[in-house]
Design a protein around this ligand. Structure first.
Ligand SMILES: Cc1cc2nc3c(=O)[nH]c(=O)nc-3n(C[C@H](O)[C@H](O)[C@H](O)COP(=O)(O)OP(=O)(O)OC[C@H]3O[C@@H](n4cnc5c(N)ncnc54)[C@H](O)[C@@H]3O)c2cc1C
Length: 465
């Protein structure tokens, strides 16, 4: 069986890549080792976590906020299996959607582990049987796996990764989260809303490293106000089973006296690592870097002719939309169409409540690069719609080049920040200035008016503060 392109992996990187290749007239095959398409994102990542975040947020609001809005429901009761069913229905709809799109685009799919077995050859092994496929080009889109901590064995029941934390069959009384990155904060929020006491242990002295300091500090305070406890500059040295529960040994990051923290479930959320097991990369001669990521050039080509790689398995932020854009750009370049990914404009979102969304440079990043900046901030407290919704927490912060006024970065903590960041991504893509945003008419009353006000604030002329 000969194809123009074989894609190994059907996550957001792989399936976008396959569909765009088919649109460009290529004969495409996709190899996927799992029973459903969609990879980490659709099966055990973005989609199930957002379903649980949404359902748990409504549960939380029903318990606290509805009463203040004059809605009397009584104390809400949790039907955890029902909530899990709601989550599973969201996953099911998405993975079936990818299967439909493959059929629609005449993409052939093969279930099994794909291994590169020579120049343009992929062998697919499933249930002891091996099939041989051939192609002019191969794209590796095998994604990532959970990063583990030495000495802390994940059993996905009591010591869980994000995968286990999405399917817990009861609400743990005490949840210890190792890692204050996006996944730890999102899943920690889910279980806190459902009733867990949540302690987050983070090695660094701040949450969400890499994101704008000021905005993160405010976000941190808001999460604490909701009842999450943080142990920063601390590390978990080990987790032991004691009297039917777990006990984590927590030590200061730079050494010192340890402390025991009890927990019913421990969530290990210390990041993800590229996944290349079983691919036969060594035999194929494909280079990896010291972090296990496949090395590619600007066209996503590896050092071996005809083999490309995209998504979590290469360098860059491990985000679904980054993988998608790379998948598209990779085949467009193969087909001689001018595809590209603008790495300076990749949004990053934490889907808690309030949400945190950012794109581009933080204020510190810009200053570190020696760029003189002007900053405009606007609190949701002063936004009309936010007051009407009772969503007054958070702010918009814009970072602009002091010399040219060009927008360099945007950081939002607040309700629906994930939707609001899109305007700023487009603005940055188009090279907009803060003044461009300030002079664009924003519908009233909307939360994005806070974006316009922050842009006005860059020039010191916000109206409502
Ligand atoms: C809990 C969680 C929440 C997340 N939330 C978000 C979010 O809200 N937004 C966001 O942008 N990102 C989120 N992410 C990250 C996102 O899921 C990844 O960045 C994205 O899935 C990467 O896409 P990919 O196509 O590179 O790889 P993956 O989605 O990991 O897909 C790789 C696929 O390759 C298959 N595969 C691997 N090896 C082989 C082989 N040898 N043969 C055949 N098949 C193989 C795997 O089975 C898998 O299906 C989240 C991740 C997690 C874990």
């Amino acid at each position: 069986m000969h194809y123009d392109l074989i894609v190994i992996g059907s996550g957001p990187g792989g399936y976008f890549c396959a569909i765009r290749a088919a649109q460009l007239g290529m004969k495409v095959a996709v190899v996927e080792k799992e029973r459903t398409f969609g990879g980490t994102c659709l099966n055990i990542g973005c989609i199930p976590s957002k379903a649980l975040l949404h359902a748990s947020e409504l549960y939380d609001q029903a318990g606290h906020l509805f009463d203040r809005m004059g809605i009397k429901l009584g104390k809400p009761r949790l039907d955890l299996p029902g909530m899990m069913k709601f989550k599973d229905a969201g996953v099911d709809g998405n993975v079936k959607g990818v299967a439909f799109l493959f059929r629609k685009n005449k993409i052939e799919s093969f279930e099994g582990i794909g291994r590169i077995a020579g120049n343009g050859v992929v062998e697919v092994t499933s249930a002891g049987k091996t099939e041989r496929l051939e192609a002019n080009a191969i794209v590796i889109a095998t994604g990532s796996d959970v990063a583990r901590l030495p000495g802390i064995e994940i059993d996905e029941r009591r010591i869980v990764s994000s995968t286990g934390a999405l399917v817990l069959d009861r609400v743990p009384e005490r949840l210890l989260v190792i890692g204050a990155g996006v996944i730890g904060l999102e899943l920690g929020s889910v279980w806190r809303r459902l009733g867990s006491e949540v302690v987050v242990v983070e090695f660094l002295d701040r949450i969400l490293p890499g994101m704008d300091n000021e905005v993160c500090r405010q976000f941190h305070r808001l999460l604490e106000k909701q009842g999450m406890t943080f142990r920063l500059s601390s590390k978990v040295a080990g987790v032991a089973a004691v009297d039917g529960a777990l006990q984590a040994t927590v030590a200061p990051a730079n050494g010192g006296a340890t402390q025991a923290i009890g927990a019913d479930v421990v969530l290990v959320a210390v990041g993800r690592v590229p996944y290349t097991e079983g691919l036969g990369l060594k035999a194929a001669g494909v280079n990896k870097d010291n972090k296990g990521r496949i090395v590619v050039d600007a066209r996503f080509a590896t050092n071996v002719s005809g083999i490309y790689a995209i998504g979590d398995v290469i360098a860059g932020p491990m985000l679904a939309h980054k993988a998608e854009e790379e998948g598209i750009a990779c085949v467009e370049r193969m087909a001689g169409v001018p595809g590209h990914v603008n790495y300076a404009c990749i949004p990053n979102v934490v889907y808690t409540h309030p949400e945190l969304a950012s794109v581009g440079l933080s204020e510190e990043d810009a200053r570190e690069r020696g760029i003189e900046v002007r900053v405009g901030t606007f609190p949701f407290q002063a936004n009309g719609r936010a007051k009407a919704l009772g969503e007054r927490e958070g702010q918009v912060k814009l970072v602009a080049d002091a010399a040219t006024d060009r927008l360099l970065g945007a950081h939002i903590v607040g309700a629906r920040a994930s939707d609001m960041i899109a305007e700023l991504v487009v603005a940055m893509e188009l090279g907009a200035s803060a003044e461009d945003i300030a002079r664009s008419v924003h519908a009233h009353p909307t939360l994005p008016e806070a974006v316009k006000e922050a842009a006005l604030g860059v020039a010191g002329r916000a109206i409502h503060i």
